[in-house]
Design a protein around this ligand. Structure first.
Ligand SMILES: [Zn+2]
Length: 68
């Protein structure tokens, strides 16, 4: 079982900004994670980046990112 917050969030063609709930980096369209700069009016959703996923949930990480 995978906790709901570990689901892969990909807000395609939306204005949602996906921010890692651990390191606060934001996910870009290119599947990269970079430092997040808060912007007024932005809408955030939270995910977890692969680096934090492996650091925090080594047992679950292969299930979420099996090819990482
Ligand atoms: Zn992170």
């Amino acid at each position: 079982m995978v906790a709901p917050f570990l689901r892969d969030v990909t807000p395609e063609s939306s204005d949602l900004v996906c921010v890692c709930c651990n390191c606060r980096r934001e996910r870009t369209a290119a599947e990269e994670w970079r430092d997040h700069t808060p912007v007024a009016g932005e809408r955030l959703t939270h995910g977890i980046c692969p680096a934090c996923l492996y650091a925090l949930y080594p047992d679950l990480a292969p299930l979420v990112h099996p090819h990482s």
